[in-house]
Design a protein around this ligand. Sequence first.
Ligand code: ADP
Length: 268
Amino acid sequence: AGPDPAIEVIRSRLANVKHKILVLSGKGGVGKSTVTSLLGHGLAKLNPDVNVGILDADICGPSQPRVLGVRGEQVHNSGSGWSPVYVTDNLSLMSIGFLLGSPDDAVIWRGPKKNGMIKQFLSEVDWGDLDYLLIDTPPGTSDEHLSLVQYLSAAGVTGAVLVTTPQEVALLDVRKEIQFCRKVGLPVLGVVENMSLFVCPNCKSRSEIFPATTGGAAQMCSTLQAPLLGALPLDPLLARCCDSGRDFLQEIPGSPAVAALQAIVKQI
Ligand code: ADP
């Protein structure tokens, strides 16, 4: 077979997207979608001229519509392609969640169909001019990741942000993610350690949830020569905001998680 004709379409579709960043995690449940949404809000708040898009490519578990508070919105296909949903003036989102009949509908697709959807998203969404396109991927390294990397590399991919929790089991998987990135030539922009500390909402004291391994990400990053972008504390208010689709950065501006996030955003 010759080169995939979609590559040319994707290259021209994403020509006006400056930074294309994949957000990866070895396991589900470590906060990849949460971190993606926070980075989206954080980057969009840098200044009103910065345009940010989020592509929810977690086909089987799309959670961005909920986390960003735009569940049930409609996407429209105009002459120039699919229009994403605007969360704020400069933050837009495309997700398969918008195309499902009900939020409870399950997407049970085999690999080729999921890859087809990803290809369609990359070639048919009309993002306009973007400074950042953040791509929330499924957990692990699957067929979909290979497709994403193949298409995005042709369009000039910036790199990957890896999300992990401090436990050894999660860190082991991040090591694999780093190896995956190196094998496929995807630059590792850095690792975010999520839920590293617990900040009590009442007394504000900080506790290590996983005492034996807290700081494990830092150690792993130094061994594998990958940048550690920062650590986000486990914060019940953050979970509550994300669950109900509220903008955490705006609602709880004084929180340690917001300060940590702002430091991470500056490095991206
Ligand atoms: P993933 O995308 O890796 O599967 P999610 O982003 O969906 O994980 O997060 C899983 C759950 O953990 C969600 O309920 C989310 O609100 C919560 N969560 C993620 N990060 C934090 C955090 N730093 N503090 C509190 N809750 C968090």
